[in-house]
Ligand binder design. Structure first.
Ligand code: 8YV
Length: 324
């Protein structure tokens, strides 16, 4: 008999087939207590779990005593209780490399659209407001040659630095726990503390995972340190930023604009003050959302689950120490 796994996200047919070649698959819509209760036997016997964007916590793990590996279709894994997984010797696999270039493209889109006010002026055109040659009230600010501050120099930060350096001739400052030799040698990036980035960068780009240390890393005090002309970009995780402080900074003119792909609450409530501000580009968490990359992420996650359940944890494993 094939081992049982729970799939809680739709997969393209070919990938679902690949999964079914190895496992008996129970497809559920989500991991809510109701769903778990409805499929109690399948959850109880499952050795694997595959999907994305749902909480995997102690309450769920208690219903899955046979679980040995979980595979998320994402690079971020803040929705997993990793300590609880470790205690139960459950492996956690993720998709760190396949989305790098696509997310860097999204970041560059946020940089360009917020600086040049692309969304705002395109909406004006659609509203029929382009009735004469435009004046300074429609102008934006330049991107090329401006200083880019990258907070979190991982794979995505590096891919952003490459675009900014070669494509836009931007000096690059970065903050990361360790110095990043490759970024310094290839893109002339300068390692500095967070305050220096806040004070000197024209674009402050946040690409950080959400952890206890990064929660509300950027708040009132940090926005106050930024230039009035600075543009703030976040494409990591929403709660790394105190969103009320961001709204205040935008409303009070402490910073020029913001380009956001992630929010404290997702989907962003329609009542959010962010949506009333013309100098905010708000995207619906599209960082990795292209057909090609989402396919590649799902394919990677399927292979990760097959590997993990075969005891192979040499790549894409968050907690290899949980291997029995
Ligand atoms: C996905 C992401 O939006 O990989 C991540 O961490 O944030 C995104 O690529 C998300 O996890 C949905 O699959």
């Amino acid at each position: 008999m094939k081992p049982s796994v729970i799939l809680y996200k739709a997969l393209p047919d070919s990938l679902q087939q690949r999964l079914e070649d190895h496992f008996t698959v129970t497809r559920v819509n989500n991991l809510s207590p109701e769903t778990v209760q409805q499929h109690a036997d399948a959850f109880a016997s499952a050795v694997g779990l595959l999907g994305s964007s749902e909480k995997v916590d102690t309450a769920l793990l208690e219903k899955m005593p046979n679980l040995r590996a979980t595979s998320t279709i994402s690079v971020g894994y803040d929705n997993f209780d990793v300590e609880a997984l470790n205690e139960r010797k459950v492996l956690l696999m993720h998709t760190p490399t396949v989305l790098t270039e696509t997310v860097a493209d999204t970041l560059m889109a946020l940089v360009l659209s917020s600086a040049r006010r692309v969304v705002e002026v395109a909406e004006r055109v659609k509203a029929g407001e382009w009735t004469k040659s435009i004046g300074p009230d429609w102008f934006g600010i330049d991107v090329h040659g401006k200083t880019l501050g990258i907070v979190g120099m991982g794979r995505i930060g590096l891919a952003l630095a490459q675009r900014a350096h070669f494509g836009f001739n931007m000096p690059i400052l970065y903050n990361a726990r360790r110095q990043h030799k490759e970024a310094e040698e290839r893109f002339n990036a300068r390692h500095c503390d967070l305050d220096t980035i806040l004070q000197e960068a024209d674009f402050v780009c946040l690409i950080l995972p959400l952890t206890d240390e990064t929660h509300h890393l950027i708040g009132k005090a940090q926005f106050e340190k930024m230039k009035k002309s600075a543009i703030f970009i976040n494409a990591g995780r929403g709660p790394v930023v105190d969103e009320n402080a961001l709204i205040e900074a935008l409303q009070n003119g402490e910073i020029y604009a913001a380009g956001l792909d992630v929010f404290e609450q997702e989907p962003l409530p329609a009542s959010s003050a962010l949506l009333t501000l013309p100098n905010v580009v708000a995207l619906p968490h599209i960082g990795s959302a292209t057909h090609e990359t989402r396919y590649n992420m799902a394919a990677c996650a399927v292979e990760n689950l097959i590997d993990a359940l075969a005891g192979k944890v040499d790549k894409n494993c968050v907690n290899p120490q949980a291997k029995p």
